[in-house]
Design a protein around this ligand. Structure first.
Ligand code: GLN
Length: 258
């Protein structure tokens, strides 16, 4: 009986989708798993990838790319701005189907997540208060620095913390992290370079101390839990390719970085 109900529901859905789209794509309905609305997790404050703009709207490269891909591929989703570490946990625990959060593709993470094709190149960096006298990592030896939990830039800070005798303080989002530096509680913060470069260009009160191009520099990808949501990953990749081919991807990136 249960089965019959779900078959009927599925049929009704296929019919309504055909009516809506006006075409009978062979995988309509089937690939949508009964009109599934994917839960996609993201960071809170990570401009230009995701952030709340002056109109109070949640925007950014990740936000727009996801919207363009979903439109291209015809899927529904609910974007939840949870914070980076919380997004990692939500996908790992199955509370979210996927995440797009300026997430670096790493071998370690591939043990837990499956990644899409890469969509943005990134490196990591350290930044200090704009009026600080620091010019290199040597200048912040023995000091407190602030990092964002679970990130690649935090991993870099952890790696060099012994050599530079750094005391690490962890925050959940970039805004709280920058605040620690601006208030003088921390000498520096560690962040993805494109994000810090954007922030500095928007007069966030910080300046670049050093960019690390050697290690922890891996591109961003969309992620799902390993072995799960393969169809969502396929749609993301197919949509990404389409919006790259038709110029939409570049248009989105340019709208935030030019
Ligand atoms: N790219 C970094 C990482 O994946 C940071 C991402 C973020 O803070 N949203 O670790």
């Amino acid at each position: 009986m249960k089965k019959l109900v779900s078959i009927l529901a599925m049929m009704a859905l296929v019919v309504s989708m055909l009516a809506l789209t006006g075409c009978g794509g062979s995988d309509a309905g089937k690939s949508d798993e009964g009109g599934k609305k994917y839960v996609i997790a993201t960071d809170t404050v990570f401009a230009p990838f995701e952030f709340t703009d002056e109109n109070g709207e949640f925007v950014g490269i990740d936000v727009d790319i996801l919207a363009a891909i979903a439109e291209d591929q015809g899927f529904d989703y609910d974007l939840q701005s949870l914070g980076f570490d919380a997004a990692l946990a939500a996908v790992e625990s199955g509370q979210a189907d996927g995440m797009i959060a300026g997430m670096s593709i790493t071998d370690e993470r591939k043990e837990i997540y499956d990644f899409s094709d890469e969509y943005y190149d990134s490196t990591v960096c350290a930044a200090v208060k704009a009026d600080a006298d620091y010019a290199s990592l040597d200048d912040i030896k023995g000091q407190t620095v602030v990092v964002k939990t679970g990130t690649q830039s935090a991993a870099w800070a952890e790696e060099i913390s012994k050599d530079y005798d750094l005391k690490l303080v962890y925050k959940d989002d970039s805004a709280m992290m920058y605040q620690e530096v601006l208030s003088g509680n921390a000498a520096a913060c560690f962040e993805d370079f494109p994000v810090m470069a954007y922030g500095v260009s928007q007069d966030n009160g910080l300046k670049l101390l050093v960019e690390n191009q050697e290690s922890f520099a891996t591109p961003y990808g969309f992620a799902v839990k390993k072995g799960e949501n393969a169809e969502l990953l396929e749609k993301f990749n197919a949509g990404l390719k389409n919006i790259k081919d038709n110029g939409k991807y570049q248009e989105i990136v340019d709208s935030y970085t030019k």
